[in-house]
Design a binder for this molecule. Structure first.
Ligand code: NI
Length: 175
């Protein structure tokens, strides 16, 4: 395991479509996933996609802590290799997002409210879940990384994008 260097916005690798993993049970994949989890914990963050650590493969790791789950329940650390997403309705909602590849910034991003997703886990088994709210948001954000999309590219109104410290100042001022 190792803490890996995280690519930041502007790095071309973050704009590429990642490639499917041929052998999810391979030892290289396992080592990469362990290092991704360690890197995510160190950052700290709640999600990470392989292209963010300079590996153009379709692998994401994430979890949702109880206090960020918006009442839908926490989600344990999840590894998805070759994931896919289906949208269960066309309803979208705005929510705040940040990204380890866009440090110090945050934005308000529209995401689908209700999805199902599936992917292969490290033991080769398939995980399939229905997700709403913040859980669905995290999965869509991480999945986007596999298609070369960073969350600022999803923000239509750039007044909804800026430095986290400034947003926090606004919130303080509003109290
Ligand atoms: Ni991200």
């Amino acid at each position: 395991m190792a803490i890996l260097k995280i690519a930041r916005m502007g790095n071309k690798l973050l704009l590429q479509k990642a490639l499917p993993v041929d052998d999810p049970l391979g030892s290289e994949v396992r080592d990469l996933v362990y290092s991704m989890v360690e890197t995510m914990g160190d950052a700290p963050g709640i999600g990470l996609a392989a292209p963010q650590v300079h590996v153009p493969l379709r692998i994401i790791v994430f979890y949702v802590p109880e206090d960020r789950s918006e009442g839908t329940g926490d989600v344990p650390l999840t590894v998805l290799i070759n994931p896919s997403i289906e949208y269960l309705s066309t309803d979208m909602e705005d929510g705040v997002e940040g990204c380890l590849s866009v440090p110090g910034m945050q934005g308000i991003v529209p995401r689908y409210k209700h999805i199902t997703y599936k992917g292969t886990q490290l033991d080769g088994s398939l995980v399939q879940r229905e997700a709403t709210g913040y859980h669905a948001r995290v999965v869509q954000h991480e999945y986007d990384h596999l298609d070369g999309i960073l969350y600022p590219m999803r923000i239509g109104d750039m007044s909804k994008f800026g430095f986290s410290e400034e947003f926090e100042r606004n919130i303080e001022a509003a109290k």
